[in-house]
Write a protein that binds this ligand. Structure first.
Ligand code: ADP
Ligand code: MG
Length: 733
């Protein structure tokens, strides 16, 4: 065999030894949350009255006393030190899509030169990360230096353990000195608050005892797991998270034998280790299984309150990477790491519940409860119908563009699936409720009719449409077009805000009918719901979202089908869309503009980096291997000629040489063209225009480059090819 490092890497990958997993206990309940400073732990470290004040301020969303913060800081420090922690960090979620931290030590020298451990209220509440290089969309000029982080007491602090260091992490929001939000958490908290405020009065129509509404989220995370050695041998995976070139293997996922197949042992070890780490951090992961593509997996937790669930997903992604390194594996969160192989998504399972334990999207046992269910359900549909474009914009990213509409994931057209049973219920309401004033008997009849036609249990898997981007799945909506690498909050900020807005509008509409027409409230509710059903029809779709027919049908219905990020991001700046954020107190106009700019900037940087890399790989890896092989072929032809053999004996070899030349020439010329186009793009000033130019003139050339590169991969002698191939990366045991 030729002396090729690729073969050594493969052998290394195959012969990996088992990683021993520390066995702390066989029972998860023994260690679940042991690294979390949650309510149960706080209670043990502060006085009773302080604890009560802390709980009070969280539940009522009120400002916390300095004294309470000081006591919590004291308790947090003591708990952390007992656990062997020496330093702490404010943990935040900047718009890069990753999490960020800046570590500080508890240690301080005192006046006498002795060491003390100090952590006071101000350390807990606020920190200034030197964050001038985080994206800020022009809000915070770099020379202004810093924004600051501020404690989010609604999400518990936790300890991150690496092999030798333990760090206390404090969830925080990240804001500029002028008060604008520069992260995902601050607007998420504002959107949750807007939702709680708007939904509660409507719920109180039906249930006076509810005093608080909570948005709930259960995410599902898809990912690829590959061997570390092979990962490092692919510069595209290392620097962009996806393969920019690479021929599809003979055996792809045609057989779908990976799906629900046995999880390979090495991966299973990884997952067991990952789950243990998650459980210590209080992340309630429960399910694990194979996905459709080889080496693709999914994990999902029990759902939680939205803010904590988002933190847990961000934390999960950190933990996944750390545990993977221990197992000499690498996790790929990219939405489309391999061409011709299914990509990865993240499903946001979203609902709302009351503090009395009722899930608002779960049909009830009585006609009254069912009217509450229908009110919630129809208002969510109406919100999606009115702001479908914002939902589209919320899931836009350079990496997710490769997945949306690729016949494996929901398309870029937003529609809502509700299933047969509820389609019928909505039709019945539409047909039985009149537009004029209802009399009492009719109202009661309709209520009973609704009740009898909603099956109590809708959680039937057969009635699911896996192609829908926004599907009702029995007791929650499942938003399936979110990218696997995304922060769940990007989408949830929009969902919470538009639903909050819709509930506000609903309450106004109902109260206007009561006031102006003297309608009884229940009758008014039913009439308004009917009106919304009629107005929102265009968003409902039960068919195959991947089909061409749907694209045509959606166009007829006036639904947008915006396939690329820079164009989808334009939706943020439309007046109606800006207003919904501003009116619900989630973003200021300046924040929306800044965010749109940052997201465009992120997009163009990603495409720019990919462009540089694909060019380099073509010139440094692909062409040299092809030329080497071509030389061998030419030597062979020359030898045959020298020996006086007939032309027909080297005919095939000669044709190979010609094909290789042809692909090399094309490859080179597409790379040159792409470089030229990049230069032109770089002269454009405005982020959004520049992103569009990259999208339209640089990105399409990747396909041409790739085509010729992948052809060469198939022609060139396997022993001369230096990049690990798909079949090697994707089929580790
Ligand atoms: P699948 O889509 O794979 O069939 P499941 O029905 O098991 O999944 O649920 C997927 C996710 O939905 C889980 O994370 C679960 O916790 C979450 N989920 C269930 N009920 C709710 C709810 N009321 N609010 C938010 N998420 C929920
Ligand atoms: Mg799902």
């Amino acid at each position: 065999m030729a002396n090729n490092a690729r073969f050594d890497l493969m052998n290394m990958s195959i012969s990996r030894k088992k990683v021993e997993i520390e066995n702390i206990s066989n029972k998860v309940s023994d260690y679940f949350g042991c690294n979390v400073f949650g309510k149960n732990t706080i209670e043990k470290y502060v006085s009773y009255s302080i604890f009560q004040k802390y709980i009070d301020s969280i539940e009522k969303n009120e400002k916390m006393d300095r004294e309470v913060a000081a006591q919590i800081a004291q308790g947090m420090k003591q708990w952390a030190i007992e656990k062997g922690v020496k330093s702490y960090t404010h943990w935040f979620q900047p718009l890069t899509g990753l999490t960020a931290e800046k570590h500080d030590s508890f240690f301080m020298p005192d006046n006498d030169g002795n060491a003390i451990e100090y952590f006071g209220a101000s350390n807990l509440i606020q920190q200034e990360p030197d964050a001038s290089s985080f994206p800020n969309g022009g809000i915070r000029q770099t020379f202004e230096a810093r924004g600051y982080t501020a404690w989010d007491p609604t999400s518990p602090a936790f300890i991150i353990e690496t092999e030798s260091v333990k760090t206390l992490c404090i969830p925080t929001i990240f804001i500029s000195y002028t008060g604008e939000t520069l992260d995902y958490k601050a607007p998420l908290l504002k959107s949750i608050h807007a939702l709680e405020k708007a939904v509660l009065p409507v719920v109180n129509y039906f249930d006076k005892s509810a005093t608080k509404i909570t948005a709930t989220l259960g995410w599902e995370q898809e990912y690829f797991l590959i061997d570390e050695a092979l990962f490092y041998a692919r510069p595209d995976l290392v620097h962009t998270g996806r393969t920019l070139i690479g021929a599809i293997p003979a055996k792809g996922q045609q057989l779908e034998d990976h799906y629900f197949g046995a999880i390979p042992e090495r991966m299973l070890d990884y997952m067991a280790d990952l789950e243990k780490e998650c459980h210590k951090l209080g992340i309630p992961v429960r399910t694990r299984h194979n996905e459709v593509a080889p080496s693709q997996f999914e994990c999902a937790p029990m759902f939680e309150e939205c803010n904590v669930a988002v933190d847990h997903n961000q934390l999960l992604m950190d933990v996944m990477e750390r545990v993977a390194k221990k197992h000499k594996l690498r996790v790929l969160f990219h939405e489309k790491p391999f061409k011709g192989v299914n990509g990865s998504g993240k499903h946001n399972n979203w609902s709302m519940s009351t503090n009395t334990g009722k899930n608002l999207l779960s049909p009830g046992k009585t006609p009254k409860n069912n009217l509450l269910f229908l009110t919630s359900f129809i208002n969510v549909i109406a919100a999606a119908a009115n702001y479908a474009d914002l939902i589209r914009a919320s899931i836009a990213s350079a990496s997710n563009d490769h997945r949306l509409g690729a016949n494996e994931a929901p398309p870029a057209i937003i529609s809502v699936f509700i299933g047969d049973a509820l389609t019928k219920v909505l039709k019945d309401i539409e047909n039985t409720v009149s537009d004029g004033k209802q009399d009492e008997i009719v109202t009661e009849d309709i209520k009973l009719n609704i009740h009898n036609s909603i099956p109590e249990i809708l959680l039937d898997n057969t009635d699911r449409n896996r192609t829908s981007p926004f599907a009702f799945t029995g007791n929650k909506f499942e938003i399936r077009a979110v990218g696997s690498s995304a922060n769940c909050a990007a989408n949830l900020i929009v969902v919470n805000t538009i639903v909050a807005n819709q509930f506000k509008k609903f309450k106004e509409d109902v109260e206007n009918l009561v006031k102006n027409e003297g309608e009884k409230r229940e009758a008014a509710i039913i009439r308004i719901l009917k009106k919304y059903i009629v107005e929102s029809k265009h968003i409902l779709f039960e068919g195959d979202n991947y089909s061409k027919e749907w694209e045509m049908e959606a166009a007829k219905r006036g639904l947008n089908n915006v396939k690329t990020t820079p164009h989808a991001l334009d939706f943020f700046l439309e007046k109606k869309n800006m207003d919904v954020f501003i009116e619900n107190g989630v973003f200021s106009a300046r924040e929306i503009e800044a965010r749109q700019e940052i997201l465009n900037h992120n997009y163009l940087l990603k495409v720019q980096i990919e462009g540089r890399l694909i060019g380099e790989m073509a010139v440094n890896y692909v062409i040299p291997a092809a030329v080497r092989y071509q030389n061998e072929l030419l030597t062979n032809i020359k030898l045959q000629k020298d020996l006086g053999m007939s032309e027909s004996s080297y005919q095939g070899t000669f044709e190979l040489v010609q094909s290789i030349s042809n692909h090399i020439n094309n490859l080179k010329s597409f790379v040159d063209q792409m470089i030229e186009n990049r230069k032109k793009c770089n002269k454009i000033e405005h982020a959004s225009d520049k992103a569009k130019a990259y999208c339209e003139t640089v990105l399409p050339l990747f396909d041409d480059i790739r085509y010729h590169s992948d052809k060469l991969e198939q022609f060139v002698d396997n022993t001369l090819w230096t990049l690990p191939k798909y079949r090697e990366i994707l089929y580790i045991k």
